[in-house]
Structure formats: structure tokens, C-alpha cells
Design a protein around this ligand. Structure first.
Ligand code: TMP
Length: 211
């Protein structure tokens, strides 16, 4: 495939969304064709799944395996409908979360079976992996405090216990240690501008074929 698949990952409030936008603007300025997308919710079907996954219904909690399958369904549709065609067309695809989120949240956070998660990730992606994954590393408390400051309120997953979010963070730490050539750690606790500069610096080196 001709394009580049760049994924942004991290715990709640790590700053992915604003960093992706800054990064897209920078790449577009260089004349690169960029697509911004996300999981869950990168397709029309996925938008419905995202709402089902993130709204909190006290009386009808989502079973953990249901949650896992819905994230996998969202991903399968996203890969087929958005990721593969755009990468084949030579675009740079910037994606907010991908398979590492399922390992961190459903694997480390929920404690679901890692083999099952790997199998579902394989089925959903057909083997499509990111060219590079930028992990915005921020303390769980700092990230959640940023989220609490948002006007929209916390969603079903953000409302999980601090212990859950710490397990998710451990997931990212372990993933980065086990895949050093695919996952790059960027300090997400710095100012928005400083984080963007660091991402820019890294990508300029990494994507040596930038025009
Ligand atoms: P965000 O896109 O606004 O960060 O929110 C998506 C939420 O869904 C976030 O809490 C992480 C969670 N999530 C999972 O638990 N598993 C997954 O596989 C993905 C993609 C997201």
C-alpha cells in the first residue's frame, strides 16, 4: 500500500485529538494528502457503535465480551471501508486509536484473555498494522483531570475506577517496551506546542521521504 498509517494512542486526556489535528495541518502544509479518522466511530456504522459503547446505562451494563466484540466490529468496518482504500490511494491516514487500545483497555484494563484479543484484532484488521504508533504518555491523574475540565462530562469508560485506568497505562508501557520499532513514546505532559514540536521532529526523521 502506498500511504502511511500513523496511529495515536494513550490514556484518557493524553491529548491525541488536538495533536492529530496539529499534525494533519503540518502535513497538509507540506502538500501531503491526509485523512483523519478514529476508532471507535470512523465510519457511519462505527458512529452508532461508538454511541452504544460510550453512553452509560446504569440499569443495563455492557458485558465485557460484548464490549470487546463491538470494538472489533467497529474496527473490521473501519479497516475495510476507510483504512485500506485510503492507504491504497497513497494517503497519510492519521488514526485516533487502533489495536493497541483493545490490548490496553480490554486486555489490561478488563483482564480479558489476550489470545482472544489478538485473534479478534487479527480478524478485524486482516493483518493491517500501523507504520508507526505515537504513544502520548501522560499520568492517568493528569489526563483524567483534563477530561473532568471538559464541558461534555465523562463517558462510560472514562468513569471507570482509577485502578482500571492505571492498568490501561501499564498496558501502554508494556506494549511500547515490546514493540520499540513500531511504538514511539512522546511525553504528553508538556505544553500542546512542545508536544507537537516533538512529534514533528520525530516524524520528520522517520518519514524521510517527506516531499
Ligand atoms: P476516545 O476516542 O475519545 O479516546 O474514546 C474512545 C474510548 O474507547 C476510550 O475510552 C478508549 C476506548 N476504547 C477501548 O476500550 N477499546 C478499543 O479498542 C478502542 C479503540 C477504544
Amino acid at each position: 500500500m502506498g500511504g502511511k498509517f500513523i496511529v495515536f494512542e494513550g490514556v484518557e486526556g493524553c491529548g491525541k485529538t488536538s495533536q492529530m489535528q496539529l499534525c494533519a495541518a503540518w502535513l497538509k502544509n507540506l502538500g501531503i494528502s491526509v485523512i483523519l479518522t478514529r476508532e471507535p466511530g470512523g465510519t457511519e456504522l462505527g458512529v452508532h457503535l461508538r454511541r452504544l459503547l460510550l453512553e452509560k446505562k446504569e440499569d443495563q451494563p455492557v458485558a465485557e465480551v460484548t464490549e470487546l466484540l463491538l470494538y472489533a466490529a467497529d474496527r473490521a468496518q473501519h479497516v475495510a471501508q476507510e483504512l485500506v482504500p485510503n492507504l491504497a490511494a497513497g494517503k497519510y491516514v492519521l488514526c485516533d486509536r487502533y489495536v493497541d487500545s483493545t490490548i490496553a483497555y480490554q486486555g489490561y484494563g478488563r483482564g480479558l484473555d489476550m489470545n482472544l484479543i489478538q485473534q479478534l484484532n487479527q480478524i478485524a484488521t486482516g493483518g493491517l498494522t500501523s507504520d508507526i504508533t505515537i504513544w502520548l504518555d501522560v499520568d492517568v491523574e493528569i489526563g483524567l483531570a483534563r477530561k473532568r475540565g471538559d464541558a461534555v462530562g465523562l463517558d462510560r469508560i472514562e468513569q471507570e475506577t482509577i485502578a482500571f485506568h492505571r492498568r490501561v497505562q501499564q498496558g501502554y508501557i508494556d506494549l511500547a517496551a515490546s514493540s520499540p520499532s513500531r511504538i514511539v513514546r512522546v511525553d504528553g505532559s508538556l505544553s500542546k506546542e512542545a508536544v507537537h514540536k516533538n512529534i514533528q521532529k520525530f516524524l520528520s526523521l522517520y518519514l524521510k521521504d517527506l516531499p
